[in-house]
Design a protein. Sequence first.
Length: 369
Amino acid sequence: MHEIAGQVHWHEPSGFKRAGFGKFGRPKTPYDLFMESDGVPIYRDIGVSKVQNLPLQPWPRMGGRGSYIQLHGTEGKWGCYVIEVPAAGALNVEKHLYEEIYLVVEGRGSTEVWLESDKKRHAFEWQKGSLFSIPVNAMHRIVNASSAPALLLAGTTAPNLMNLINDVGAIFNCPYQFRDRFSGADDFYKYKDDIEPDPVRGLAMRRTNFIPDIINCDLPLDNRRSPGWRRVEPFMTGNTFYLWIGQHENGHYSKAHAHTSAAVLICVKGKGYTYTWPEHLGLTPWKDGKGDHVKRVDYEPVGMVSAAPGGARWFHQHFGASKDPFRLTTWFGPFLRQEYAECMRREGAENRMRPEYYERDYRGLLPQE
């Protein structure tokens, strides 16, 4: 190959030489290029101890300061970012074809949502711990009501749409109105705490587009991941963006389980850590002398971790290590026992993992270390 007048010209290989580079590269996706064009930092890793520590830069398109978060294993699936809303200010009005949810990390304020052809604007107030969803392609504006900056964490399906359509104008300037997702009802953003079974697994679900406080809201008993495990699925604005809120009782943790990349876990109460390792290392990596291949992330509110950062199936195991219950939201062996006991002792908290919990199967999996 050689360059002629700005174009790369291709030649067939000679003799028995092979064409091409001999290996696959990873070209930047349309979403990668979109993030870079915004000119703010892009944080890439398997997790972050707390998003409040990420560097923030002026973000002209959004009207505040922010940073993208692209955890390993979620590329092309979920997008995340943190955005700081100026004190007594507001972000720019926008609309887009991708789904978006917000978790309020710090501050208080309000959000206005409307369709372009409608005069009525839906407005609701939020505070630290609030969770809300923006309907697809609805106009929205986020306003800070206080004299200090507010910080919000967003989760989106932008990578899916950007990479599929590959046209930024179509994403942000589409005129179609999804009225089945945004009914215009007066109570659209009123918190609804009714519980119903989700249609796929029969687990607790709430149909609500706004939750005032996921840090302290009531969670129904679930018991699947550990004794006393509580969990609920918010179903918001008709999204395919799947999420749940769950909490382990003090001193309890769940056994390891494996799946492919998709889930991002966010700590909202207490603090803890996650171990994750590729499935091919087996169920007992420390016992088998492979502990150096296991990755660990420590976090506190609001910290994040990719449940399966390697793209293929990874085991992951989450531990709360504080006096407070360990609450998180997920956007979609002997070594362990001893270390957990020591962690709880350092925190002055009680280790309530009784011996029989290690034998009982709460997830249909084999007993773990």
